[in-house]
Design a protein around this ligand. Structure first.
Ligand SMILES: NC(=O)c1ccc[n+]([C@@H]2O[C@H](COP(=O)([O-])OP(=O)(O)OC[C@H]3O[C@@H](n4cnc5c(N)ncnc54)[C@H](OP(=O)(O)O)[C@@H]3O)[C@@H](O)[C@H]2O)c1
Length: 413
């Protein structure tokens, strides 16, 4: 790495290409600040991380905002700083966490063995981190989500990633557009394209929870691009319109139903009947959108505890509920009768591998997927951005924060 006599550069003032200062500004989480994101993040000056042989140092132009930053700030359900200390992980035992699992930026330094990128390359980063030699993506034994399970995420002037995380930045996108989509897009792509035989086929109905959210907006577009029929679930008409504008065939407003949450015990006949009536009414709303009595072959899940009983009920016989999160809780009840008699599949899915990330990045490059950037914030608003997510008050689609980019709308340095 080339270093400079200047210890630190101002935000928005890029060091000369390849020059790496000793220190940087970062939005930092500490154990004594664990709590709501608005006060969980604070700007500090910290050292620029050192590189291992397969690492790349990226000057962050813009960073994407994801729900995992909310969990990181809360210190729940995992105390990440404690966990970084326990795993050691080459310098992650510094006593703080820099969150951020999405970014666009410029390569400023590369480790000894890096071959796929060089200083000056403009990149987007995928958040799947694993050791060299493992090629199982999120099934690798060393798998970590960069900026969540590993430190040195993107809410800082520089971030440290493994070289395989670097993909070409779509040239037609601004830095903030390029920063906002990869985590959710690659996750959605794996959920819909990688669990054969339950991949989206032409005219397959696909039910997408949180259709206007980060994951959901990508789920709608990937489904559409694969020839399926996306049907969104949302909590108001404005969010519903956002989904139909993106290509959804229609939307169900979940606030019109009241059967959410855990299942009653099967022996409580009255409560069970009430729950089943709720499932049926919800399923009927899906049929009305499709204009025929067809159930979704794939249900795209991440809301979890509140919605899994409904998802498993409305999923078609022989279909799949694919899930990557439990935003409303992890204790999701499965009525096994529907699972075995209707031969449905409940499939977990977690982020993606490099091939899946590259495939969805290519769909963005080809203009098949819009990043759905709807809000751009300043670097000192990282806490605010996550607070909006935490309170489900964020705008539709995805948010990004400007880091090195001095203004919105810029596509190169
Ligand atoms: N495993 C992975 O690789 C992976 C990757 C990406 C994200 N995730 C996780 O996936 C979850 C969603 O992420 P995101 O970025 O899409 O978040 P997001 O943008 O906040 O979207 C979540 C959506 O969930 C909906 N929702 C909220 N409460 C709900 C409820 N009680 N029932 C049904 N829907 C509800 C909201 O839409 P409405 O209120 O309009 O219904 C909201 O738009 C998070 O927990 C995140 O950590 C996991």
């Amino acid at each position: 790495m080339t270093t400079t006599e200047r210890q630190i550069y101002d935000l928005g003032e890029a060091p000369p290409l390849g020059v790496v200062p000793e220190k940087m500004y970062a939005q930092v989480i500490r154990q004594n600040r664990y709590g709501p994101p608005i006060s969980g993040f604070a700007q500090e000056t910290v050292p620029v991380p050192k590189l291992g042989p397969n690492d790349v140092l990226v000057y962050v132009m813009a960073a994407g905002v994801n729900y995992n930053g909310v969990w990181a700030s809360l210190g729940m359900p995992i105390d990440l700083i404690r966990s970084h200390r326990q795993t050691g992980d080459g310098g992650d035992e510094v006593g703080f966490h820099i969150a951020g699992s999405d970014a666009s930026g410029i390569v400023y330094a590369v480790g000894r063995d890096v071959e796929n990128v060089k200083v000056g390359d403009e990149v987007v980063l995928h958040c799947g981190m694993w050791d060299k030699g493992e090629d199982q993506g999120s099934l690798s034994t060393s798998f970590k989500i960069w900026g969540f399970e590993s430190n040195w995420g993107s809410f800082a002037q520089f971030t440290r990633v493994r070289s395989h995380q670097c993909l070409p930045k779509p040239k037609h996108l601004t830095w903030e557009e390029a920063a906002c989509y990869m985590l959710v897009a690659a996750t959605a792509y794996r959920m819909l394209a990688s669990w054969a035989p339950h991949t989206v086929r032409k005219d397959d109905p696909v039910l997408i929870w949180g259709g206007s959210g980060g994951l959901g907006s990508m789920g709608i577009q990937v489904t559409k691009a694969m020839g399926g029929i996306p049907i969104a679930v949302v909590s108001n008409d404005e969010r519903g319109k956002f989904c139909t504008d993106l290509g959804a065939a229609g939307y169900v407003d979940r606030t019109k139903f009241h059967h959410w949450g855990r299942l009653p015990d099967w022996s409580n006949e009255e409560a069970m009947t009430k729950a089943v009536l709720g499932f049926r009414a919800f399923g009927k709303a899906v049929w009305e959108i499709l204009g025929e009595r067809r159930n979704p072959r794939i249900v795209f899940e991440h809301s979890g505890q509140d919605t899994i009983p409904t998802s498993l009920f409305v999923c078609d016989s022989g279909g799949m509920v694919v899930i990557c999160a439990g935003t409303t809780g992890y204790n999701a009840d499965v009525d096994l009768r529907y699972l075995w008699m209707r031969q449905k599949r409940l499939q977990g899915s977690h982020f993606a591998n490099t091939a899946e990330s590259a495939a969805v990045n290519q769909m963005v490059i080809d203009g098949l997927i819009d990043p759905c950037l709807t809000k751009v914030l300043a670097f000192d608003e990282v806490g605010l951005a996550h607070q909006l997510l935490y309170e489900n008050r964020h705008p539709n689609g995805n948010m990004a924060v400007l880091v090195g980019a001095p203004a919105p709308g810029m596509k190169t340095l």
